[in-house]
Ligand binder design. Structure first.
Ligand SMILES: C[S@@+](CC[C@H](N)C(=O)[O-])C[C@H]1O[C@@H](n2cnc3c(N)ncnc32)[C@H](O)[C@@H]1O
Length: 294
């Protein structure tokens, strides 16, 4: 996974997904901004921030902007995504404070420790042994340092229950099918371990104090912008490919119509498409001297 070399069908081809990851993070920027602002309340003056599983660095750059005194390191196992992260940082005038580190996490963090903030945005669930990875993240935090774990929330809805063709409830069925895909993806990871996804409990088991959990709403009402529609098309294209074997024929036909750019009922043109979802962030604080709140 993410190594860029061997691709089995259960693991995402991260480099190929680069444009989608970039657009997805750009669309969710208001959500990430709220989460980062919350983090800043707890830890106002970090010197070193690690974006663990940064992908193309959209959130890396946002963190560098929210924390203007900090150095931010984008860490990822997909080298092409780190190149994009570095290019993005240069375009944003952040090249002096944004670095990249190519490594297969959880290895490699010892080269950066002690870290004031580790941000792990939907990356932990791509690591086989999540508890071991959390322990490694925790170990490399400075005393009082914070691990911000973005996991869970609510899957994004793009369409009403009844879209005017096919059987109503398509999105619920896609969510259910995606759960199967997710379970297969996890099972196929090297060193895969099942854990109960009680994130605060997993943070505690890694030796961190639970610093709070909050969910942030992604709420883009209809009509969607061109970029948001493009992202919706990406999402449904990926679903169509990944879940083709699981879905009944009528749902596949509905997906084909949604993906037809010329169909007035398709995601590109239909007026009622929206984006509504939620991202949950759990904070774990390393015990020790915590800096005074500014
Ligand atoms: C779903 S993407 C999230 C990207 C970014 N954090 C965001 O929220 O936009 C997951 C990222 O984690 C990276 N990743 C997965 N497993 C990894 C590992 N073991 N070490 C480093 N990066 C990893 C992938 O290459 C990918 O860029």
């Amino acid at each position: 996974m993410g190594h860029g070399h061997h691709h089995d069908h259960t693991q995402p081809d991260w480099a190929a997904m680069a444009p989608m990851l970039e657009r997805q993070a750009e669309i969710a920027a208001p959500v990430h901004l709220q989460a980062a602002t919350w983090l800043r309340e707890l830890r106002p003056h970090p010197r070193l921030i690690v974006d663990a599983g940064s992908g193309p660095g959209v959130v890396t750059c946002l963190l560098a902007q929210v924390f203007p005194d900090a150095e931010v390191v984008a860490v990822d196992s997909a080298a092409p995504l780190l190149e994009l992260a570095a290019e993005r940082a240069a375009r944003a005038g952040l090249a002096d404070r944004v670095r990249t580190l190519h490594t297969e996490l959880p290895a490699g963090l010892e080269r950066l420790a002690p870290v004031d903030i580790v941000w792990a945005g939907r990356s932990l669930h791509h690591i086989g042994d999540q508890q071991a990875a959390l322990a490694a993240f925790a170990e490399h935090l400075a005393p009082g340092g914070v691990l911000a774990l973005q996991e869970g929330g609510l899957p994004t809805r793009w369409l009403p229950r009844d879209i005017g063709f096919g059987r109503p409830g398509l999105q619920s069925r896609l969510d259910a099918a995606e759960e199967n895909w997710f379970a297969e993806m996890r099972a196929a990871l090297p060193g895969s371990e099942n854990v109960t996804e009680d994130w605060p409990a997993l943070l505690a088991a890694a030796g961190l104090r639970h610093g709070g959990t909050r969910s942030f709403l992604l709420d883009l009402p209809a009509p969607l912008t061109h970029d948001a529609r493009s992202h919706a098309m990406d999402v449904f294209t990926r679903i169509r490919e990944a879940l083709a074997e699981q879905l009944p024929a009528d749902d596949l036909s509905a997906l084909d119509r949604l993906l037809d750019p010329a169909d007035p009922g398709g995601l590109r043109l239909r007026p009622d498409a929206f984006a509504l979802g939620a991202r949950t962030v759990h904070l774990g604080v390393r015990p020790g001297a915590e800096p005074p709140v500014a």
